[in-house]
Design a protein around this ligand. Sequence first.
Ligand code: ABU
Length: 493
Amino acid sequence: NAVLVDGVFLNGPIADARAGEKFVEDACKIIMEEVIQKAADVTEKVCEWQPPEKLKKLLDLEMRDTGEPHQQLLQLCQDVIRYSVKTNHPRFFNQLYAGIDYYSLVARFITEALNPSVYTYEVSPVFLLVEEAVLKKMIEFIGWNEGDGIFNPGGSVSNMYAMNLARYKYCPEIKEKGLSGLPRLVLFTSEECHYSMKKAASFLGIGTQNVYFIKTDERGKMIPEELEKQVQRARKEGAAPFLVSATAGTTVLGAFDPLDKIADICEKYGLWLHVDASWGGSALMSRKHRKLLHGIHRADSVAWNPHKMLMAGIQCCALLAKNNLDLLKKCYSANASYLFQQDKFYDVSYDTGDKSIQCSRRPDAFKFWMTWKALGTTGLEERVNRALALARYFYLKLRLGFFWFGGREYANICFWYIPPSLRDMEEGAEFWEKLHHVAPVIKERMMKKGSMMLGYQPHLGKVNFFRQVVISPQVRREDMDFLLDEIDLLGRD
Ligand code: ABU
């Protein structure tokens, strides 16, 4: 009964499903052993660092005409894991995410297996309802009576959504007519803001010169009086101020802008207030620390990434908008007739995909939902409180040679390490020049040894300093002690 079409036999599937299932089963064992268990062990390396040219040789990157056998594919999986950074290692302090959340991980396994796209209820019934439930809860924590939102691929995209939404509110005709005929639009954000503000201004045709950066104090917080001066300056210039983007938890220093005072200025001048709480939004889960975001309920939009402090797995980012005025839908919808038919047999208000700038979209809210279900609100609160307590512990333990700065408000610990050779030197140009090279050298040594990972950067006139970020509940007090000892060890010369 062979059926041959265009020279292709169509009898049975092309691949052996049993071989595929066995591959999944064996690969899952490797993931369990090598990532979930072994990588979380402090006696293991955070990474087995190799330079790019050597790594290319160690990995079999070539894609060939014929497929490769089971064992070889499993070996590839082993190699990929071996040479990747273990971000769930308790001594990975490098980024604004770290650790492993077992529940969101399982959610990821499920969604990867089901492979849904979240745009219509007909293909993602569960995930759309989950997204609605998660957004509702986040809106409640912000303190709004009602609101709307969308999960999207990253805080940068959330900020772009917000900027465009603010502009749409300012001049709704832009959706059809485009940029021509618009006044020079100006937005305001602090000099410590995330670099996505510049990217968004450039991408949206606002122009980076029309982002007015507001001075911050020594803790990294926007100075409201400076904001007001800049708004007045823009008005005098004949420009059209339309948006203030405040930051709750800056990327480098972890500073929180004074939202309530900024909201007063926005109200006075009729400006949209966006809060980039991508990093700091999670403090809302903590009754002890939510005061950091005092005034956030007055924002028109908020970006909040549960994949950071709440460990929902990259990526899990929401843009939330105050009031349910359907603004997202009005601003972004394009009514694709092949997806968003209005004569479907169910309530099409659940086909929420047209609120998004994406078409295909991952069910990211599901990861956060699983974590929230597993830990409860109190468990999430405990996670935030523990991370901030560990940061506090680190400050208390800082000793000779470690010099911190910033506001110490959140989980970013910024410090210079002054090696013994520089400790008696006068703080002149030569001192700062030499200090600038210290963090990169220590970083290189820790990477090559694989003992830990933390970031460094020069920042707003400061020479290279370390930024240590504490997030994961797998981090113990001993790991913080280790970090200090290890820097002393790696930097002693
Ligand atoms: N988008 C901010 C994250 C960068 C970081 O992990 O440091």
